[in-house]
Design a protein around this ligand. Sequence first.
Ligand code: SF4
Length: 421
Amino acid sequence: MEIYIKTLGCKLNFAESSAIGKDLIDHGHTLTDDIQLAKVCVVNTCSVTDTADSKDRQFIHHAKKLNPDIKIIVTGCYAQLNAEKILATLPIDMVVGMNEKKDIPALIADLTKPSLHVSPIGKGDVFQPAVSFSDSEIANGSRTRVFLKIQDGCDYFCSYCTIPLARGRSRNASIETIVAEIRNVLANDTKEIILTGVNIGDFGKSTHERFIDLLQAIEQIECEHHFRVRVSSCEPDLLTEEIIDFVATSKHFAPHFHIPLQSGNNEILKLMRRHYSRELFAQRVMYIRQKLPYAFIGVDCMVGVRGETEEHFADYVQFMETLPVSRLHVFPYSERANTKMVGMPLHVVPKKERLSRSKILQTLSAQKYDEFVQNCKGHQATVLWEAKKKNGKMYGFTDNYIQIESDFDATKINRFENITL
Ligand code: SF4
């Protein structure tokens, strides 16, 4: 059959959709990017915010409008958390849970009547490996960068988050499996690997291995061409000085850190049930700057959680102003069912106020990025050119995650180049 796969949400979802696609092709199906030609549509959903939930629903109605006869299979976090409800309320044919994603090629054979294939998330969760090339890579036929899923699930249970409820407990592939997978993609002339997961600093829980041992094993990989590795994100308390020292002396790991802070006020960090204080976070940032002055430091910032007063927020902004980071990724809080925070008897910050607080941090983020780029002027960096061509220009990212533009030159695609910023 002709199958259309739609992915919403994070890099992990894209990696998993790519794995589902490969399995379907191995079972004799063909993937199409024209939904009107497709017999079946697999929607890999996200549920990190209520906006994400409504985007999932919007796409499903849109798909049915474009192709009324299409059969729709819904999987991903929204499916795992709302299985019965969405089968009862949306024009879909099957709901497939987190642990059942691998069974889609078998389940697709029977779409005669609406069905649920969702087991509860818990101790027996399986780790399903996944690798994906970003859309632009696939569109341009190049294989420059891949997202490699190394870990899934989370044991942290932050009070505002549903991910542990949707993806289960922390588990991972073995170091041996990951190194073998990286050798595979490098043999295909891939130049950059992005290690991805839910809480990848917690890598090793299900195999009794350590994250730093994985990084060192990847560093030892012999390859005829140079390659680069990025760590997609790491919790502040798991980003040890040992890991920062390792990146500072590594020949492969990029000086690029993405660290979820979520709030710059300690009282709010406690309400969020985060695992560190802002002092620890600042200490990590200053240690990175000491060891890697030009490293890119991206920070996740949530605003407007329950109980966040104007005083808390003013203190939060003041703290962010002191930090020499590169960019803030700002998210307005979203009430999530079944989380600890929705049960807390605290005042709810109005949505309008959440958005205005977001704007304040987004403005600060733009300033931080300009300062970061300015500070990097004259610094030696390595850019990896990608195949994407726009208005006669081509693009690539430096090791410290600055996007560079150049006149299009096909001989530079998928090649590293040393430049002065
Ligand atoms: S660390 Fe916290 S915010 Fe991140 S996935 Fe786990 S529970 Fe959610």
